[in-house]
Write a protein that binds this ligand. Structure first.
Ligand code: GTP
Length: 338
C-alpha cells in the first residue's frame, strides 16, 4: 500500500447532509513540510483532539477526514443556501522524507489549500518550506485557483504552522535546536561576532512573519483558526459568490515575538498571533493558470466553479532562485518500504 486512509469513508462520493437540504462536498488540503516536523502529529490532533504519543513515519501519504459544517445557522429551512451543510475536509498528510521525493507528486492533485508545517526548533525546516511550495506549485493541480501564485507560484490559499513551540524558550528568545546552524549562530553571538538581530547567511526564511503556532505533542493548537481556514476553502469552492471574509491566511509565525503558551487543548486563545508586517502584494485576479484549465471535474455533486469573486489574498514576495536545498530530514527512523 502506498497510502492509507486514516479517516472516515471516502469523501469523493455524494450524499445529502443531515438536514436533507442538499449535497455535501469536500475540500482537499495538502499538508507538507520536512520529515519529523510533526505533520502527522498535527493531523492526529486536528482529527482526534488529542496528542499522539508515538506517530509512525508516514509512508507516501495518509489521508484523514475532518467533518465540518458550513452555512448560516439562522437561515430559513426554505432556503437551501442558508442552511448548515456538511462538508469533509480531506487532510492529505504527505511524507516529508526524501525517499518519496521522486514520486510524492502523485498526491498533489485537485488541491484546494495547503498547510505548510515546520519545526520551530529546526530552522532549516522553515527555509525548506520554500522548496515545498515550489514543488507543490509546479507538480500539483488545483481547485478554485487564485489568479496568481503565492510562494513558488502556489495558486491556492495556504497556512503556515510552526510546530514544537514547546521547544522554544518561554522567555521569547530564539529556539535552540541543537542543529549545527543554530549552534554556530549562538556561538558567534556569544563571541560578539553577531548581534542578536543578525543571521548567519545560511538560510532564507519562508516569507512572512505571522501565522499559527502549535505544540502537537502537547495537544496545543489554534483550533478556531484552523476551522476558519477550512471554512474559507469551502467558501471559495462552493460559495464563491459570497463576499470574502478578511483573510488572515498565508501567514507565517513571527519567531521573534513568540509568547509563552499557557492554554492547553482546544482553547482558541492558545496562541498569540501577530499581524503581518512584512512586504506583501495583493492578488485580485481570477484567471486560472494554464495548467489548470483542463482539469477533470471534482468527484462531488457540486462541480468546481470558477472563482468569480475578487478574493484578495496577501502573499509575500518570494524568490525561489535563492532557495537552499531540501534537507534530508530525519534519519533515525527505520527505512520504510514503498
Ligand atoms: N517536542 C515536540 N515534539 C513533537 C511535536 N509534534 C511532533 N513531535 C514529535 O516529532 C516527531 C515526528 O512527528 P511526526 O508527526 O511523525 O512528523 P511528520 O512531519 O509527520 O514526519 P514524516 O511522517 O516523516 O513526514 C515525533 O517523535 C513526534 O512525537 C511537538 O509539538 N513538540
Amino acid at each position: 500500500m502506498f497510502w492509507k486512509d486514516s479517516g472516515s469513508r471516502s469523501s469523493s462520493g455524494s450524499g445529502r447532509d443531515q438536514n436533507g437540504v442538499g449535497p455535501f462536498g469536500q475540500v482537499r488540503v495538502l499538508i507538507v513540510g520536512d520529515s519529523g516536523v510533526g505533520k502527522s502529529s498535527l493531523v492526529h490532533l486536528i482529527l482526534k483532539g488529542s496528542a499522539i504519543a508515538r506517530p509512525a513515519q508516514t509512508v507516501g501519504c495518509t489521508v484523514g477526514i475532518k467533518h465540518i459544517t458550513y452555512g448560516s445557522t439562522g437561515g430559513s429551512s426554505n432556503n437551501v443556501s442558508d442552511a448548515e451543510r456538511n462538508f469533509f475536509v480531506e487532510l492529505w498528510d504527505v511524507s516529508g522524507h526524501d525517499r518519496y521525493k521522486a514520486c510524492r507528486s502523485i498526491f498533489y492533485t485537485q488541491i484546494n489549500g495547503v498547510i505548510f508545517v515546520y519545526d520551530l526548533s529546526q530552522r532549516k525546516s522553515k527555509s525548506n518550506l520554500s522548496k515545498w511550495a515550489v514543488e507543490v506549485a509546479e507538480m500539483g493541480t488545483f481547485l478554485a485557483p487564485l489568479g496568481s501564485g503565492g510562494p513558488g507560484g502556489l495558486p491556492v490559499p495556504y497556512l503556515v504552522i510552526a510546530n514544537k513551540v514547546d521547544l522554544v524558550p518561554r522567555d521569547g528568545t530564539r529556539a535552540s535546536s541543537g542543529n549545527l546552524v543554530d549552534l554556530a549562530r549562538q556561538w558567534a553571538e556569544k563571541q560578539g561576532f553577531l548581534r542578536c538581530s543578525e543571521e548567519l547567511p545560511l538560510t532564507e526564511s519562508f516569507p512572512g512573519n505571522s501565522g499559527l503556532l502549535s505544540a502537537a505533542k502537547q495537544a496545543r493548537y489554534d483550533k478556531e483558526a484552523l476551522i476558519k481556514f477550512f471554512r474559507m476553502l469551502i467558501r471559495r469552492r462552493y460559495f464563491s459568490n459570497e463576499p470574502p471574509a478578511p483573510n488572515p491566511w498565508s501567514l507565517t509565525p513571527r519567531e521573534d515575538t513568540i509568547l509563552p503558551v499557557e492554554t492547553l487543548g482546544d482553547s482558541t486563545d492558545s496562541f498569540q498571533r501577530k499581524s503581518l508586517s512584512g512586504e506583501g502584494f495583493l492578488y485580485n485576479g481570477v484567471v486560472p493558470l494554464p495548467a489548470q484549465r483542463n482539469l477533470a471535474p471534482p468527484p462531488t455533486l457540486n462541480p468546481q466553479q470558477p472563482v468569480l469573486s475578487l478574493d484578495n489574498y496577501r502573499y509575500h514576495r518570494f524568490s525561489s532562485s535563492s532557495l537552499p536545498d531540501v534537507s534530508s530530514g530525519r534519519t533515525s527512523r527505520e527505512d520504510m518500504n514503498v
